[in-house]
Unconditional design. Structure first.
Length: 250
């Protein structure tokens, strides 16, 4: 794997002229490796880069970030040198909010708009999300029980004391980031927003319409997977992303 040495990890090969660069933002507590299965299933014209946040994987020795605005600004600055080709952003679960905010920051800095923002299994930014604050208020044992019950982490990880000790700081830091978010009106992004959802999600159409209002164009929503996390079905996710971005490639 390669990257910019800090904020971005390149998970695919090094095509000379990729049609689209895809920057993927992981869910709370996760790092670039959550997208390795996806990287193996994307067509060669998509160049996949994953966002690498402090406090996990290769950046485990760094303290996790807990201030949202500075983090968003640093990520936007990290992306700017790599936006010479058409690009898209993909945010998985809570990564959707971070991808949305980074897209806005890039737009404010005068950078090019993404060809598409794709979000997965997260409510639109103007809907109050109480989950992060609720999770932060829990003691460690209940915190992990809730993560497992909500499908946010595999039970085999939560069952090991040493693993919980390793992962809990990053999880709590990410939920602290989410908990401090307060929506303020912003100009719509100069791109359409596609919302991915799990089968049977009763909020799918409503959330897709809500997300679409923060971009341009009609709502786009597509079903992915078999009811678990979208990253748990990398083949289906890769196919949906390729389908979504295929018509946008130059």
């Amino acid at each position: 794997m390669t990257g910019d040495g800090l904020w971005l990890t390149r998970l695919t090969g090094d095509p000379a002229e990729p049609a689209i660069r895809l920057f993927a933002f992981p869910n709370a507590g996760a790092g670039p490796n959550v997208f390795t299965g996806l990287a193996r299933r994307l067509p060669g014209w998509i160049d996949l880069w994953a966002v690498a946040l402090p406090g996990r994987e290769a950046r485990f020795g760094e303290p996790p970030r807990t201030e949202l605005a500075p983090l968003t600004a640093e990520l936007a600055e990290a992306l700017l040198p790599h936006l010479s080709r058409p690009y898209a952003l993909f945010g998985d679960c809570s990564g959707a909010l971070l991808a949305f905010l980074v897209a806005h920051r890039v737009q404010e800095l005068g950078g090019p708009a993404p060809v598409r923002l794709v979000v997965s299994a997260y409510p639109p930014p103007d809907i109050v999300n109480r989950t992060p604050r609720e999770l932060l208020a829990l003691e460690s044992a209940e915190f992990w029980r809730r993560l497992v019950s909500q499908g946010r982490i595999p039970p085999e990880i939560a069952a090991v004391d040493d693993m919980r000790e390793v992962f809990e700081p990053a999880f709590r830091a990410d939920y602290q980031l989410l908990a401090q978010y307060e929506h303020r009106p912003m100009p719509p992004l100069n791109t359409a927003i596609t919302s991915l959802f799990r089968p049977g999600d009763p909020n799918a159409r409503r959330h897709a319409a809500g997300w679409a209002a923060h971009g341009k164009g009609e709502p786009h929503h597509r079903e992915v997977g078999n009811g678990g996390r979208t990253t748990d079905s990398p083949a289906a996710l890769g196919a949906r992303l390729a389908q979504t971005l295929g018509d946008l490639a130059p």
